[in-house]
Design a protein around this ligand. Structure first.
Ligand code: SF4
Length: 329
């Protein structure tokens, strides 16, 4: 395992000594799958996305959840209540130093309460079991293939009955592949049958994590990786005033990884080569689909020349269509 500085996704930055292989992180790969220009804005250029973008709000939630839960998981020989108390103390410290992005005080209060409830709930139930089996927390795992080192950071690694499980905590499953839908997700993405780049990015990240776990911990009888969405559903609790009801969801990737390993590794290697070669032009990577589906959610849209250009071309087309119509009348 490597102790490296991590980026805001939690993955280590892709720099290295000259005699070491270049490092490509799972977050870089996932971003490049969505849009090569987005990767450039995120990793190569100092451009800060809009503070109110959904991505930034979600990243903040993830950091609050992840860092608080890791504080709880790291305690040994404690009760679930003591674990929850430690996690909430960490949350209190993080919350005051990171308030941002809320349009109203009520929204901030609701979010804080929902996050507190999610932490309490998780560490009193499944999280307590995970803590008892925890092997590592907040750790970078990786492996090398064809002269490239692939890395990702997992929030917790547990071991029970010989099975290693890497866990990444998220606010929700938004953008995470529903692995039970198809058994050829990467092929469908590749041949254009299905266009869901963020979900494929989540699969890429899971694949890097599983191969990193195998490399770091040895070929154990079993290994798996799970995304855990701690705020999958939130709503005011009807049964008790002032409280919030939260539901958690977990998606495991072992089976999908084993089924689609070759196609997934081909995609990983293809995007890693593009990153190392500095290929950032989205026109080389399904730009019509990007413009149609991804740009409207992109935090960098306001400063993106490719998006402006595509908008201009749509405007030109609309104008010329209108002109054509007028001429014909
Ligand atoms: S606005 Fe569109 S083209 Fe530009 S970086 Fe974002 S997704 Fe890519």
């Amino acid at each position: 395992m490597t102790d490296r500085r991590t980026d805001e996704h939690g993955d280590s930055a892709g720099t290295n000594d000259a005699d070491e292989p270049p490092v490509v992180t799972a977050s870089q790969l996932a971003t490049h799958v969505v849009c090569p220009r987005q990767h450039e804005f995120e990793y190569d250029r100092p451009i800060t996305p809009r503070a109110t973008s959904d991505d930034r709000v979600r990243r903040r939630r993830r950091e609050l959840l992840r860092r608080s839960i890791v504080a709880g998981l790291q305690l040994e020989d404690v009760t679930p209540d003591e674990r929850v108390a430690a996690a909430l103390r960490r949350l209190d410290r993080l919350w005051t130093s990171s308030e941002a992005s809320y349009l109203a005080d009520e929204q901030a209060q609701y979010d804080e309460q929902a996050i507190r409830t999610a932490i309490e709930r998780y560490l009193s139930t499944d999280g307590h079991d995970h803590a008892e089996d925890v092997v590592d927390t907040d750790v970078t795992v990786g492996y090398e293939r064809d002269g490239i080192r692939y890395e990702t950071t997992v929030d917790a690694v547990t071991k029970r009955d010989g099975q290693y499980l890497g866990i990444k905590y998220l606010p929700d499953m938004n953008g995470v592949l529903q692995v039970t839908w198809y058994d050829n997700n990467v092929e469908r993405f590749h041949n254009g049958e299905g266009y869901y780049p963020r979900q494929i990015g989540s699969f890429v990240e899971a694949g890097v994590a599983i191969q990193g776990l195998i490399n770091e911990y040895g070929l154990s009888p079993d290994y798996d990786f799970a995304y855990t969405g701690l705020l999958e559903t939130t709503r005011p609790a009807y049964e008790s005033t002032g409280e919030i009801h939260v539901e958690t969801e977990q998606r495991r990737f072992k089976s999908a990884f084993e089924t689609e390993r070759d196609e997934l590794n081909e995609l990983i290697e293809d995007r890693a080569d593009a990153i190392i070669d500095g290929k950032t032009d989205p026109k080389d990577w399904r730009f019509s689909r990007i413009a149609e589906r991804s740009c409207k959610y992109c935090a960098y849209r306001d400063g993106c020349p490719d998006w402006m250009e595509s908008e201009m071309s749509f405007t030109d087309r609309r104008l010329s269509e209108k002109d054509g119509g007028d001429d014909g009348d």
